[in-house]
Design a protein around this ligand. Structure first.
Ligand code: SF4
Length: 77
């Protein structure tokens, strides 16, 4: 079975650019205040989620391995 990723958005820094929704329409939605929310806590690992996390202009998106909590994005130094 493939990895599952736990997705979190730090809405204290999200500026509502909508880039994450463009990259991963299945992974994120914007609320009426243009704040991003993951559509689910955990998702099957996929390139669209990674592109969304990498493309967020304020690095508001964190991906961790579901279960272990190991950091996927941003990469640990
Ligand atoms: S890309 Fe980042 S700043 Fe833009 S809506 Fe998504 S989480 Fe918010």
């Amino acid at each position: 079975m493939g990895d599952r990723w736990h997705v979190e958005v730090d809405r204290s820094v999200c500026i509502g650019s909508g880039m994450c929704v463009n990259h991963a329409p299945d992974g994120f939605r914007l609320d009426s205040a243009r704040q991003s929310h993951p559509t689910d806590e955990d998702h099957d690992a996929n390139e669209h989620l990674l592109a969304a996390a990498e493309g967020c202009p304020v690095e508001a998106i964190t991906l961790t391995l579901a279960g272990s909590g190991e950091m996927v994005f941003p990469p640990e130094e």
